[in-house]
Design a protein around this ligand. Structure first.
Ligand code: NAP
Ligand code: G4F
Length: 342
């Protein structure tokens, strides 16, 4: 049985990847951060009591800012594959907490790679690189496109990416980087623009909210479905030779288009509800990301299965269903469901 270790297992991608690997028969270990409240919502459905003799899913406390925890877990678990998905992954927030972002994203990757190297582990390594690294470089972007990062987050991701390449070239580590364009799902964090839009529109439809405040509607992104993208991560680590791959749909849409499609699906006129709040503008914006995934198609045989329109509908329907479930729970459940943050 193959053994995988995932950092960021409690996040959107970590949860889909854990499910995918469990279905492939892996024993899955994940690193979760200590939090004062439960942070395992996304993996609760696959949680297994470790006292069961056939348990194949294990969560361990650790943190990318704590090298000793990484060394201890790598040595104890001896994974065949390590997926480094953990990060302070919000671009806007990275301007507010730049040092922490660099510590978890850039130095966290260094700590993990150095622990693997020092322990002499013969494992394969996946690095969650990002299309944000392209920043202001004009589209379409592929593996040969120059990076021009536009945020502390993107700068930290460039460091992590170059470091993974460096450990591959210096020590022969089987390290592959997935340069993933934006990918979303019903499990997307509520403060990323897609989920913020589908969740607010569903609440407006049910009479629970009357305004949605957004920033730059002109930004364009190449949005795909997270479930398709974790399959690509795994495919990269099954190759004999490690390499870097762009993963995207090859299509891009503006935030305005996403808003229009969401509200029109719910028979609402978005102009009545959406207002601009400059607080959501970024000190430096990334205007247009549009991936060219032809290498992944040619070498890995990877193609996305969920279209842009299917993704938008999937997210709206999930938010509507979740709200309806909460409404049935009465006022107490409603109060508990209103998160704060933007
Ligand atoms: P996400 O939902 O924000 O999940 C991030 C995960 O990292 C969470 O499990 C989080 O734990 C964990 N984490 C945060 N700080 C940590 C630390 N100091 N130590 C250990 N774990 C920590 O992000 P995602 O969308 O799944 O993305 C997964 C990875 O792909 C990230 O590295 C992201 O930067 C990268 N990426 C994402 C996209 C995208 O469009 N989704 C595109 C390109 C690259 P908590 O649950 O406790 O917060
Ligand atoms: O949804 P976003 O916050 O995602 P962003 O910045 O593209 O980053 C995501 O994708 C990256 C891959 O390219 C990942 F590496 C990263 O971890 C993360 O998952 O913003 C998308 C666009 C931006 O141009 C932003 O300015 O939407 C614009 N936007 C407009 N109004 C907004 C808002 N973004 C957010 N979060 N909130 C708004 O109200």
């Amino acid at each position: 049985m193959k053994r995988a270790l995932i950092t960021g297992i409690t996040g959107q991608d970590g949860s889909y990847l854990a499910e995918f690997l469990m279905q492939k028969g892996y024993e899955v270990h994940g690193i979760k951060r200590r939090s004062s409240s439960f942070n395992t919502d996304r993996v609760n459905s696959i949680y297994e009591d470790r006292h069961e003799s056939d348990a194949r899913f294990f969560l361990h406390y650790g943190d990318l800012t704590d090298g000793s925890s990484l060394t201890r877990l790598l040595t104890r678990i001896q994974p065949d594959e390590v997926y480094n998905l953990g990060a302070q992954s919000h671009v806007r927030v990275s301007f507010d907490v730049p040092e922490y972002t660099a510590d978890s994203v850039a130095m966290g990757t260094l700590r993990l790679l150095e622990s693997i190297h020092q322990a002499g582990l013969p494992c394969r390594f996946y690095q969650a690189s990002s299309s944000e690294m392209y920043g202001s470089t004009p589209p379409p972007q592929n593996e040969l496109t120059a990076f021009h990062p536009r945020s502390p987050y993107a700068c930290a991701k460039v460091f992590g990416h170059q470091l993974a390449v460096n450990y591959r070239e210096s020590y022969g580590l089987h390290a592959s980087c997935g340069i993933l364009f934006n990918h979303e799902s019903p499990r997307r964090g509520e403060t990323f623009v897609t989920r913020k839009i589908t969740r607010a529109a569903a609440r407006i439809k049910l009479g629970l909210q009357d305004k949605l405040y957004l920033g730059n509607l002109d930004a364009k992104r190449d949005w795909g479905f997270a479930g398709d993208y974790v399959r690509a991560m795994w495919m990269m680590l099954q190759q004999d030779t490690p390499d870097d791959y762009v993963i995207g749909t090859g299509e891009s849409h503006s935030v305005r288009e996403f808003v229009e499609l969401t509200f029109s699906y719910l028979d609402l006129d978005w102009r009545r509800y959406v207002a601009i709040d400059p607080r959501y503008f970024r000190p430096a914006e990334v205007d247009h990301l549009h991936g060219d995934p032809s290498k992944a198609r040619r070498v890995l045989g990877w193609t996305p299965e969920v279209s842009f329109a299917e993704l938008v509908v999937m997210m709206i329907e999930s938010d509507l269903a979740e709200l309806n479930r909460t409404l049935k729970g009465g006022p107490e459940a409603m109060r508990a469901a209103v998160g704060v943050g933007d």
